[in-house]
Design a binder for this molecule. Sequence first.
Ligand code: FES
Length: 566
Amino acid sequence: MRSRNWFAREGKDGIIYRAWMKNQGIPAHHFEGKPVIGICNTWSELTPCNAHFRELAQKVKNGIYEAGGFPVEFPVMSTGETLIKPTAMLYRNLVSMDVEESIRANPLDGVVLLCGCDKTTPSLVMGACSVDIPTIVVSGGPMLTGKYRGTNISTSDLWRFSEAQRMGEITQKDMQEVEAGMCRSAGHCGVMGTASTMACMVESLGLSLPGNAAIPAVDSNRRVLAHHSGMRIVEMVKENLTLSKILTREAFENAIIVNTAIGGSTNFVLHLLAIAGRIGVELTLDDMNNLAKDIPLLLNLQPSGEYFMEDFYYAGGLPAVLKELDKYLRGQVITVNGHTMKENFSMAKSYNDRVISPIDQPVNTVSGVAVLKGNLCPDGAVLKLSAASPELMKHKGQAIVFEDIDDYKNRINDPELPATADSVLVLKQVGPVGYPGMPEVGNLGLPPKLLLEGVRDMVRISDGRMSGTGFGTCILHVSPESAVGGPLAIVRDGDWIELDVPARSLNLLLSQEEINERLANTPQFNGIVDRGYVRLHQTHVEQAHLGADLDFLKGGSGSKVTRDSH
Ligand code: FES
């Protein structure tokens, strides 16, 4: 065990390693060969979705103690979606560095990752992959369903309420009631937003115990799962069940299939590609199209459907979805509990067909994240099919161009904006380098004058992202982005754009000569900042089609400590 290189040492070094730890009241027998298990905690009062993690960590510790391990909890940078500016995505890779170095540098034999709000899951998994010791994920769980005047609501409804307020359909007083009833308990967003998508991702990759994804944060079974996860990681250390033994190509294929069936967030694409890059599995955007093409939508959850994560749990949780997907999944893959995926879901059952539909009666035969290619996005762009309007799947319209997010904010409410329902709204400079950090602004609010006419969806294109709780015909992650010379940069007002989702294409209807001439005359981006982490990010971040990781973080360095100063 790695920890023996610290705690089993004789002489002065061994005393240093043990004596300072003993100032926490740790008894001597804890240093006599027990597996040392790190609990990587993203608790922060600035990350409200993870604010209950101290209690969860205690349950994990109880399990570790019961199994004969020695738990040590440590903090890493925590990124909450709601408060952090300019966008939590800017810091995903920074957190992953914190996690990687914290694990490798310390006497840990195994690690439990406590993940909740959107970016806290991929960043922790990415960092752990680059070390590759036995690792298990415990998600924080979703909030209870929100309530508003006798109806069920969620954070996904915020977009709808916000549009209604802009239209004068509801008042400020109504909005205060929405605010008071939306987030009723500890936990992350209670719909199939990005946090829930990430929880399903880790379960479908085999990185968590079965059932982890859907148990509400405040349900006592969440704490039981944390306890069991603590017990299990001690066994995983004894079995040397490392991440790379679980995260095979087949495990990633399962995650893509499951994400399609649950109507998961488009952010899944970025994070899965980045995780694959860390563990050394070949995965491309094209895999998303190929593996998803026959998979229907089985889960009837907001924002693609009607129900909430709480309902998902009562209906059987992710194991019930996996059971329905049996014929598509690579069921032989091993998971953290030492059993195969198929063994784990074999006894699962859907208790509510309206929430988890049978495979032969899906909620929607169309689902998943479509990957588009064309002269406007040579390296790809994504569109969430289950959140888009069927009538816009083949669409030709003229561009209304916003040069950046400030330009959009300044002009979207202008009654003179020459937009019609057929226009295509184009937003530039919101990519990984340009914004920087790729914010969730891709589901642009529609011009009020069109909302008044009853328009509820339009084709929107950007190099940014969209919240997992958002919806609409929003083409996202356009790659290469406008700031690095992608063709999005050359789009002008009035240009014709053609979207053909069945053909998976997105094109600017200009001759190649015109495109080349415009590209040659587009000014270079001059927004690289002078110093600090943001400069590191802007000068090393890869484009969205590769997962937007920093180029020098790809792969791993293993768990070996190369220098020993004591
Ligand atoms: Fe944290 Fe939605 S804001 S999960």
